[in-house]
Structure formats: C-alpha cells, structure tokens
Design a protein around this ligand. Structure first.
Ligand code: SF4
Length: 163
C-alpha cells in the first residue's frame, strides 16, 4: 500500500504536459519554507493500493504522464514501482521529485531506488531552498533543483539536465 497525501487528476505545473500527480506522504528533509509541510509526517495521509490509483490514471486519455511528488517519493520507491511500470506500458512518462540530489540517490546503491530511478524519465532533484526560491524555474520551487534527464545521465554516468 502507498501512503498518499493527495492526488491531482490533471496538473500542468508538475512536469511537461497534462499530468496525474501523486503526492506521497512522509518526508525526512524538513526544508525550511516547505510548500507542503502536511506531507512531512511519516504516519499521516491515506493508504491506497497501486491498482486503485492506476484505475484513476487509466480513466483519463488526455494524460501525458504521471508525477510522483511529495513528501519524498523515494521513501516508498518499492510501492510506486508498479505504477511507474504500468504507466510506461500505457505510453505515459514518469516524473519523480526527490529532496535528495540525483548523485545521492545513485550513491545510496539501494536496489529499489535504482529501480525507481530507471523507471523515471525525469527526476526533479534536490531540497527546496528558500533563499533560492524562484518563479522562473519550470516545475521547480528553487533554482538549485534540476530537471534530470535520467536515461542520458545513466548512460553517460554524469548528470544531464533539461532546461
Ligand atoms: S523535500 Fe519537499 S516535501 Fe520534503 S520538506 Fe522539502 S519541500 Fe517539503
């Protein structure tokens, strides 16, 4: 079961195109100025199965992709994997947010993290930094955060970003 803070059926603010957004519950980063402080508690939210969420995703033919936001999605990497895999099978792309940098996620060498990294087309990485808050950076809250092109970064063994 996935501990969910909330769902948005259609968003244009959480990645390219029209996206279904899953806000996961629970975050260890505690960024000052966090936009979603209610998602930090590890025990809050609602438990939902991957299939319950997929049913909602399949109903909307207008979606271009699905976004895992938070909270910290990597805390529930294993639980999110079936959704990411099914989305790819359906032709949808996957954007995953994380308060950890791409380098930290890779360096952790956690199999379930590696799997979620591999099932993400874009990872929006790094903590929200109040002093770098920006309204110019697409899909990000602060300018330290990057849109990481995951396939290219894994292939080249160095981070490649999308502007
Ligand atoms: S990573 Fe996101 S949800 Fe977690 S504390 Fe930072 S801004 Fe809030």
């Amino acid at each position: 079961m996935i501990r969910v803070a909330g769902l948005i059926q259609e968003s244009i603010a959480d990645g390219p195109g029209i996206r279904f957004v899953i806000f996961t519950q629970g975050c260890p980063h505690h960024c000052p100025g966090c936009h979603n402080p209610q998602t930090q508690c590890l025990q809050g939210g609602t438990l939902m199965s991957a299939e319950e969420i997929l049913e909602q995703i399949r109903k909307n033919p207008l979606l271009s992709g699905v976004t895992f936001s938070g909270g910290e999605p990597f805390l529930q990497a294993e639980e999110l994997l079936p959704i990411a895999r099914e989305c790819h099978r359906l032709g949808l792309d996957v954007v995953t947010y994380s308060g950890w940098t791409f380098e930290k996620l890779i360096e952790a060498h956690r199999p379930e993290w590696n799997s979620l990294i591999a099932e993400s087309d874009i990872i929006v990485d790094g903590p929200f930094m109040q002093e770098l808050r920006s309204y110019q950076t697409r899909f990000r809250g602060s300018s330290n955060q990057r849109l990481v092109n995951v396939a290219l970064s894994l292939l080249m063994h160095t981070v490649h970003t999308i502007s």
